[in-house]
Every structure is written in C-alpha cells, then in structure tokens.
Ligand binder design. Structure first.
Ligand code: PGA
Length: 247
C-alpha cells in the first residue's frame, strides 16, 4: 500500500507564506522521486492559491472540514462540492480540535463523511483518546466507539482514510510507544471489517507530534500507512523529511 504523508496546516498561514511553502514542496516533488502520496491541507482561505501552485505537481490538496450539506443557508460554512470544485480531493473530518472546540459528535462527523463521499472527496476521519481515557484503560473502547459512530456503512477503500491521533500527543511533543501505536492500529484494522468491504485497503495514518526524528520508527510499525502532520508540516524541510520517511 502506498503510504500517505498529509500536512494539516490548521489555522496557520497568510497568502504569502502559504504560497511560498506550497511552491517549495512542489519544487522538491519535481526534483525527487517520492514513493508516498503527498497531501497538504491548508486553511480554507489558501485553498485557491495553493491549488494553483500544486497544479501538475503530483501533490494532492485537502481541506480541514466541510459541512454536512452541499449548499444552502449555512452562513460561514463550506460544502464538500465547493472543496472539490476548488481542487481538493481529500477533507479531514472529526479532528479532535473540532470535536473539542466545535463539539462535533460522531453523528455529525458521520454525516460529513457522507457529504464528502457524495462530492467525490476522500474523508480522513480522525479518532483518538484523551490522556484520561488512556490512563483509565479505555483507549480501544474509545477508538471503537468513535470509529463505529463516525463511519457510514458501504464506503469503498478509496473514499476513506483513518487517522489515529491520541489527543494527548497532538502538539505536545509526546508520542505513544511503538507497541501502543501497533495495538491501536491493529484494533482499527479489525474494526474496519464491519464498515468496509476491503479493510486491508484502507490507509490508517498515525498523527500526533510526528517529527523528522521519530517519523521513520512510526512509519515502520505494522498497519501504519502514513502520517497526519500538524506543526512539522509548516516547515518545508521538516515535512519533507517526514514525506521521505513514509517511503
Ligand atoms: P501535531 O498535530 O503534528 O502538531 O501534533 C497533528 C494533528 O493535529 O493533525
């Protein structure tokens, strides 16, 4: 399976820095042969200018959220079809920051995954436990509840990517041990059998403080099919090192 190296820029970047970063990545992609698939997910304001830079670079474009409806009276929202129209092929859904800050439930995420599918976007569905949940021994149960609640049935593997992101590892510099990552990814792979026809063909990314220094080890863990990268994706050199670690 071709690994996916995805950069989540979150709410970072004005036009000049976003375009410069995308240009630098496109230039590197043109110079070097990279085996993994590369994806960048800028904030919505940068999708259009970054799409123009990435054109024909082989780097895919994704958004960080969409609405459950394609259009209508939803002030301030963006529909999946609009994202597809501007050049996106992916959309991150159910990121823990949105689950916490916007109160997005599994049911809301599930409706958004349906909308993404209808618009022809692949959904990157984020799941992961808090530190309190891990300490209480509930990690696998939390991941199971989120996965079952956030995924509609009948998806095909190309329409779905899972990102396992322990909340306590995001932006903290802390990462789970290789054994902890392996245990959760193995569990997710098993659970996927209840949702998709070909669970082995769905990519399961690890996310949470992926850095150049730990990427190789994380990417060598069984059932880890790529990385969802926040902070390190804002620095071309660092993101590129992670892209290369993905193979
Ligand atoms: P981080 O963020 O790499 O900065 O920890 C990851 C994410 O939230 O997707």
């Amino acid at each position: 399976m071709r690994k996916l190296a995805a950069g989540n820029w979150k709410m970072n970047g004005l036009r000049a820095d976003g375009v410069a970063l995308a240009k630098e990545l496109a230039a590197r992609a043109a110079r070097e042969k990279i085996a993994s698939e590369i994806l960048i997910c800028p904030p919505a304001t940068l999708l259009f200018p970054v799409a123009a830079v990435l054109d024909a670079s082989g780097i895919a474009l994704g958004a960080q959220n969409c609405h459950a409806e394609q259009k209508g009276a939803h002030t301030g929202e963006i529909g999946a079809a609009m994202l597809r129209d501007v050049g996106c092929t992916y959309v991150i859904l159910g990121h823990s920051e949105r689950r916490a800050e916007q109160g997005e439930s599994d049911a809301v995420v599930c409706a958004k995954v349906e909308a993404a599918r209808a618009a022809g976007l692949s959904a990157i569905v984020c799941i992961g436990e808090t530190l309190a949940e891990r300490d209480a021994g509930h990690t696998l149960a939390v991941v199971e509840r989120q996965l079952q609640g956030s995924l509609p049935t009948g998806l095909n593997p190309a329409e779905l990517v899972i990102a396992y992101e322990p909340v306590w590892a995001i932006g903290t510099g802390r990462t789970p041990t290789a054994d902890q990552v392996a245990e959760v990814h193995r569990h997710i792979r098993r659970l996927l059998a209840t949702r998709v026809a070909e669970p082995a063909a769905v990519r399961i990314l690890y996310g949470g403080s992926v850095k150049p220094a730990n990427a190789k080890e994380l990417m060598s863990i069984p059932n880890v099919d790529g990385a969802l990268v926040g902070g390190a994706s804002l620095v071309a050199e660092d993101f590129w090192a992670i892209v290369k670690a993905c193979g």
